[in-house]
Write a protein that binds this ligand. Structure first.
Ligand code: NAP
Length: 293
């Protein structure tokens, strides 16, 4: 079976078009949604993520307040900036690009972000509300995955889902959202990690496999059942001298062989990545709407 491709790029474009209309409507009411962006240091991957996020804001009319700080910025300086953004009515969402340099305690910085502007959904208050099924900002990558499934008419209700990876930003929140008693959830979820015995036994039993381990092409065709839905969250840089930049991006799934067996599959790039940025825009627009009631 040759899988149908779930194009994150296309789904993201249609959500962004919907958001652009909402931004235009907010502007008519005198409110321009604003995102405060903080990048500390000059890690090339972080720089390119931040640039992509700012460009996406600009495209749909969100104002972005760009703050690029030197790598030796102190924790207190960073927290002061976050606190200033918490008070700034032009800013509806705050994005602190991770990872932060070693001298800064990430947890302390994320705690300083007001939950009302926590558009990444990383604050413990947001995480707690999500777990309780209360309205809150959902973390962007898991929310992006749910939107991809929903907009590709994949039913999660009653489905056996196997997630490979248990990080705080992908695996754990995704598992949590998929077991909620709502339209995105009602799945039976298994979360696998490096201590899982016989990973293949689990993945072979799954209607939906979600790979979020950061291991290039390690989910192979023999690990996936015929007709499964395969979502590849992984983004890995693999050396490739034939490319001008010396590397290529690949997911956690051996795409070509798994696509022969799956019914639906996401590519890398062009899959979950564009959805993550889109859900950040979504949360920022939601926050702007809340701020004007
Ligand atoms: P992470 O914090 O490194 O967590 C990786 C998880 O995978 C851990 O729970 C780890 O298990 C598990 N794992 C690693 N190797 C494994 C193996 N061989 N078998 C089973 N489990 C294994 O990574 P992350 O931040 O969640 O990111 C995961 C991947 O998604 C990365 O490639 C990252 O670049 C990508 N990502 C993409 C987006 C996007 O927008 N597309 C967003 C976020 C992340 P242990 O807990 O036991 O160590």
């Amino acid at each position: 079976m040759a899988a149908r491709i779930i194009s994150g790029k296309e789904i993201a474009a249609s959500i962004r078009a919907e958001l652009a209309e909402e931004v235009a409507a907010l502007k008519e009411k005198g409110k321009t949604p604003g995102l405060g962006v903080i990048l500390v240091g000059d890690d090339p991957a972080s720089r390119s993520y931040v640039t992509a996020k700012e460009r996406a804001c600009e495209e749909i009319g969100i104002y972005s307040d760009d703050n690029r700080l030197p790598a030796d910025t102190s924790e207190d300086e960073l927290i002061k900036l976050v606190e200033r953004m918490n008070e700034d009515p032009k800013i509806d969402g705050i994005l602190v690009q991770l990872p932060l340099p070693k001298q800064i305690d990430e947890d302390r910085v994320l705690l300083a972000v007001s939950p009302s502007k926590d558009v990444d959904g990383f604050h413990p208050v947001s995480v707690g509300k999500m777990m309780l099924g209360q309205e809150t900002f959902l973390p962007c990558t898991p929310h992006g995955v749910l939107q991809m499934l929903k907009r590709s008419a994949v039913t999660t209700e009653g489905a056996e889902v196997v997630i490979v990876g248990r990080s705080n930003i992908v695996g754990k929140p995704l598992a949590n959202l998929l077991i909620q008693k709502n339209e995105f959830g009602n799945a039976t979820v298994t979360v696998c990690h490096t201590r899982t015995k016989d990973l293949k036994r689990h993945t072979l039993g799954a209607d939906i496999v979600i790979a979020a381990a950061g291991r290039p092409e390690f989910i192979t065709a023999d690990m996936v059942r015929e007709g499964a839905v395969v979502i590849d969250v992984g983004v890995n840089r693999v050396d490739d001298p034939s490319k001008k930049r010396g590397y290529r991006l690949t997911g956690d799934v051996a795409f070509d062989e798994v696509a022969e067996k799956a019914s639906l599959i996401t590519p890398v790039p062009g899959g979950v990545g564009p959805m993550t940025i889109t859900m950040l825009l979504y949360n920022t627009v939601e926050s702007a709407k809340r701020s004007i009631g």
